[in-house]
Design a protein. Structure first.
Ligand code: PRP
Ligand code: ZN
Length: 297
C-alpha cells in the first residue's frame, strides 16, 4: 500500500492575466489533465502532476508551506511576499518565463499635475504592493502615505481615498477606463517559475526537475528556428556569421553543384525578415525557416 500518493502539485493563478499562458505552458510540457468539479484542481492524466488553481497572491506561501512543489507567479507578487520578511522559506526562482509582462506603476488622475518624485511628499498612494512601494519611495528619498488595498485600487482616487495609485499596468486599459495616467514605473515584472523546497523523496524531486527542464525546453523552442539555405562556398563564412544564435551549422554538399553547399542550423533566436534579407544579399538562396517542435538540451 502507498503511504503517500507520489505526485507533485503546480500552483497556477486561478483567474487573471497569467492563467491562460500558464496552463498552455503546462500543456506544452506534455501534461494533459481533467478539471475537477470544484474547478480548483486539475488532475494530471499522463504524469504524476496536478495543477492547483489559486489566487496568485497565495502562491508564494503555498510553496513555502510545501503544499505545492512548483508555481507560476508574477515577479511582482513574489517580491512583495519576499519583502514580508523572514518566517517562511522563500521560494526559489527557477527562471523567467516569456509571458505576463507588465509594470508596477504610479498613476495620477487625468488632469492632475505631476512634477516628479519630489511632488509625492505627503501624498496618499493606494496600492496592493505596499512593501515594493515603500522600498521604491525610500530609494527616491520621499515620504508618502501608503493606503494598502487588496483590490480595486484603480477606483481609490475617485472615492477620495488616495491622491494617486501604484498598480500593475499591462495593456493600460484599466488605467484608461479609470481616467488615470501612468507617471512612474516602480517595477518591471513578468511571470517566473518558482519552486519550494526540494521534495525529500527522489521520485517527486525527479518530477520537479523534469517539469522545470521541460518548461525550459518550451521557452527555448519558442525562440528557436530551424533554418535551411543554399550558400555559395565563397560566402559561407559571411553567411554563418549572419545566422543568429547558432553554434555549429551542418554544411552539406549539393548534388551536381560544386560552388554551393546546403547549410542547416538551429537558430536560438528568432529569425527576422531583416536577417533573411541580409542572408540573401550575402548570396544565400532557397532559404527556409521552420519552427522547432521540441528540443532537449
Ligand atoms: C492587474 C491590475 C489591473 C490590471 C491591469 O490585476 O490590478 O487590474 O491587471 O491590466 P491592464 O493594464 O491590461 O488593464 P491582476 O491581473 O494582477 O489581478 P489581481 O490584482 O486581481 O491579482
Ligand atoms: Zn493578485
Amino acid at each position: 500500500m502507498m503511504e503517500r500518493e507520489l505526485r507533485i502539485k503546480v500552483a497556477v493563478q486561478k483567474t487573471g492575466r497569467l492563467t491562460e499562458n500558464s496552463l498552455e505552458m503546462l500543456k506544452r510540457c506534455g501534461l494533459s489533465y481533467s478539471r475537477g468539479t470544484d474547478q480548483l484542481i486539475c488532475f494530471g492524466e499522463n504524469m504524476p502532476v496536478d495543477v492547483l488553481l489559486v489566487r496568485d497572491d497565495d502562491i508564494p506561501s503555498l510553496l513555502a508551506e510545501g503544499v505545492c512543489e512548483l508555481g507560476i507567479v508574477g515577479l511582482n507578487v513574489l517580491l512583495e511576499k519576499a519583502a514580508e520578511g523572514p518566517g517562511l522559506v522563500a521560494p526559489r526562482t527557477l527562471g523567467a518565463l516569456d509571458f505576463g509582462h507588465c509594470r508596477l506603476s504610479l498613476a495620477v488622475p487625468r488632469g492632475k499635475s505631476y512634477d516628479g518624485t519630489g511632488s509625492l511628499a505627503g501624498a496618499r498612494i493606494a496600492t496592493s504592493y505596499p512593501r515594493i512601494l515603500t522600498g521604491w519611495l525610500q530609494e527616491q528619498g520621499v515620504e508618502a502615505e501608503i493606503v494598502t488595498l487588496s483590490g480595486a485600487v484603480e477606483i481609490a482616487p475617485r472615492l477620495g481615498r488616495a491622491d494617486l495609485i501604484c498598480d500593475l499596468v499591462s495593456t493600460g486599459s484599466t488605467l484608461a477606463a479609470n481616467e488615470l495616467e501612468e507617471v512612474e514605473v516602480v517595477l518591471e515584472s513578468h511571470a517566473v517559475l518558482v519552486a519550494g523546497e526540494t521534495p525529500a523523496d527522489s521520485f517527486r524531486a525527479e518530477w520537479v526537475k523534469r517539469l522545470a527542464n521541460r518548461i525550459d525546453g518550451v521557452l527555448r523552442v519558442r525562440e528557436s528556428k530551424y533554418i535551411m539555405l543554399h550558400a555559395p562556398r565563397a560566402a559561407l563564412e559571411e553567411i554563418r556569421a549572419l545566422l543568429p544564435g547558432t553554434e555549429a551549422p551542418t554544411v552539406m554538399p549539393l548534388d551536381g553543384i560544386d560552388d554551393k553547399v546546403a547549410v542547416h542550423a538551429v537558430c536560438r533566436e528568432n529569425v527576422f525578415w531583416e536577417t533573411l534579407e541580409s542572408l540573401k544579399q550575402a548570396g544565400a538562396s532557397s532559404v527556409l525557416v521552420l519552427p522547432v517542435e521540441k528540443m532537449l538540451a
